[in-house]
Design a binder for this molecule. Sequence first.
Ligand code: ADP
Ligand code: MG
Length: 363
Amino acid sequence: MTRSAPIPPGSTIGILGSGQLGRMTALAAAALGYRCHIFSPDEASPAGQVAAAETVADYTDHDALASFAAAVDVVTFEFENIPHESVQLLERLRPVRPGWQALQVSQDRLVEKDFLRSLEVRTADYRAVAGPEELAAAAADLGGEGVLKTTRFGYDGKGQVRIRPGTDLNDAWREMGGRVGILEAFVDFEREISVIVARSADGSEAAYVPVENRHKDHILHMTLAPADIAPETAAEADAIARKIARSLDIVGLLAVEMFVTKDGGVLVNELAPRPHNSGHWTMDACVTGQFEQFVRAVCGLPLGSPERLCDATMTNLLDRDVDRWPEILSEPNAKLHLYGKAEVRPGRKMGHVNRLDVSAKKD
Ligand SMILES: Nc1ncnc2c1ncn2[C@@H]1O[C@H](COP(=O)(O)OP(=O)(O)O)[C@@H](O)[C@H]1O
Ligand SMILES: [Mg+2]
């Protein structure tokens, strides 16, 4: 099969990762007549519950990966921390979309920032730091303020420590918990935004409007669609996201998190080569939601319209917030999405609600 031949409905999409992103992808895939086969180390997963097939095995289990590849028509990810050897093995057997380069860049914050700089995309100033002594030098270099992050495996603010003048840098290094770190200059941003762009193997693209993301305790709390930003800022954000997607030869989705500074500048914070929490609003408020778009891109189908039908806000339901489901269901313009997670843990994403502003139709 050539790289760009469509993978038709009825085929099986293999997904590495089994969280809510995989679950919502599997649901969107089913609506288009596909089967999904989930691969992850976790039992009773959100995605496994709604998929046609599931393999529970480690991401380094080569026998299990080979059997998985034999059972699917195309492979994608809802999670980017897959070891290189596993991706290579899968690539020998089936089309893997997006490919290794997108994963490699987004697995490591330092590689990611260096890559962005190579594209002349602006980011916060940063320094690689291999230990507390280097941290002291880097902090001095960046004016005493910054955010120390582990280069790998951080999410929802985990593996991050705020550095201020007077912070004990040995403690900060220990708290960060990684072997290698990156110290980023602290960005006194006006707001955080993101753009999600879909890209097909034939190079066609479709981007959603930039949205604003508000965090609480480093975890995404709300997305406001669209972001209340100047048209020039929105155009710049859109252009940056497309440029990165092309440079990474993305086949699938790319989410680009950005900071808007007080002078209207746009700095890229991080990349995710997959569906993203800040795109959940599109499920109910756009012609084509991000999960359907992901399936279309990965299977080589025409991309759908990303057009916004109405303004919307998305609110994450973290841990006990999920108990509010009855009230949410009685709101007239609220759409509830729950992820089927049995265990409530502090800060765990249990679901989200999209509130549609049906009176604010697109201009
Ligand atoms: N350099 C920075 N300056 C200011 N705030 C930051 C910086 N880096 C991260 N943050 C804040 O922390 C949040 C989480 O950081 P991020 O790098 O996106 O990691 P992750 O989402 O993987 O936990 C960001 O959305 C932002 O609110
Ligand atoms: Mg982030």
